[in-house]
Ligand binder design. Structure first.
Ligand code: GTR
Length: 326
């Protein structure tokens, strides 16, 4: 942990030096919905440090946090068009674009974050990264998004029965709409940036997310009941516009790809620290956290979602291989 922090600081320092020297021939603009300091934002900055160092300052990365370049669905389109060069996004908003991402966005597909790492760090992860290319995107690396659970402003949820009729925001993906329907609640897909106000005004009762997002979005201020049903472990991805990629020499492409891979352990280390910090902050703020939840009925309720989405032989095979991964 100390090593990663030291490396990270050194990378940022070398990036600052290269930038100060004004040597960047190409500056890649990278989008993230999260604020400065969030693990994904800092990981892409660290990647930028590596890219600058390894290209002798020719290629730089500038991270635009807090959805400055747009909400995720729009930022994906902008990246496909080459307006944005790099985009760090959850796989959720890709579900309606890149079919293979649906499988790793299914509720309870991963048994744990470790299981998700084993799958995404292996051949299945490589296949999914490659699946972006026909959609004008280059999949570079997977990041973490912890596990997502429901929170709301109304009451503590102890069972599926408690969810009946409640309104939850989900990411803009059909799978998550069906997931919430299967739990007897109503789903409203909407951009992340609209969730706080929508809970505050009562347009929705709540949403679902991991500890760091629940914290940094401020949603815990308006939705004070969090139930750790952990229905989703959705990996996150860093993609590059294929238009930008094609402007790079093969050598520079290799540098960018390797730097993205090298930013993953930094991201995981920062993530582990942030999860603890966010959890402590949220509990200290008086949020009621329900931990004694029986997940079995939640898992069983997902059968129709699997039936609806896992239809082709390709997707069935992917699900089987994920389940068979230790
Ligand atoms: C976060 C994720 C973001 C975004 C957000 C959301 O956990 O890191 O990329 O997808 O959730 O719910 O929109």
């Amino acid at each position: 942990m100390t090593l990663a922090k030291t490396t990270f600081a050194a990378l940022l320092a070398s990036a600052a030096l290269a930038t100060a020297a004004g040597a960047c021939e190409m500056t890649l603009r990278s989008s993230d919905t999260h604020p400065d300091g969030y693990p994904t934002v800092e990981a892409v900055k660290a990647m930028g440090g590596m890219v600058e160092e390894r290209t002798n300052g020719r290629i730089c990365i500038e991270v635009f946090p807090s959805a400055q370049l747009g909400e995720e669905k729009d930022s994906i389109e902008q990246t496909q068009f080459g307006v944005i060069d790099l985009d760090r996004v959850s796989l959720g908003p890709f579900n309606n674009i890149v079919e293979e991402t649906q499988v790793v966005s299914l509720p309870y597909i991963f048994r744990s974050v470790d299981h998700m790492h084993h799958v995404m760090d292996g051949p299945i992860g490589d296949e999914i990264l490659a699946a972006f290319e026909p959609h004008d995107l280059i999949g570079l690396a997977f990041y973490d998004g912890g596990s997502r659970s429901f929170y709301n402003s109304e009451k503590p949820i102890h069972s599926i029965a408690d969810m009946k009729g409640m309104k939850f925001r989900v990411m803009q993906s059909d799978i998550f709409v069906d997931m919430v329907d299967a739990l007897g609640a109503n789903a409203t897909p909407m951009p992340y940036g609209e969730v706080y106000t929508s809970i505050q005004t009562g347009a929705i009762d709540g949403a679902e997310n991991n500890w760091p997002s629940y914290d940094t979005s401020g949603h815990y201020e308006v939705a004070k009941y969090y139930t750790l049903d952990q229905h989703l472990i959705v990996p996150e991805v860093l993609v590059m516009s294929k238009l930008t990629w094609d402007k790079l020499t093969p050598e520079d492409q290799a540098i960018v790809r390797q730097a993205a891979k090298d930013s993953v352990p930094i991201m995981r280390d920062l993530w582990e620290q942030q999860e603890k910090v966010s959890q402590d902050k949220i509990r200290a703020a008086g949020v009621e956290v329900v931990t004694d939840i029986d997940k079995t009925p939640f898992i069983e309720a997902m059968a129709p979602v699997y039936q609806k989405y896992v239809t082709t032989d390709k997707l069935k095979d992917l699900v089987q291989r994920i389940q068979a991964t230790e």
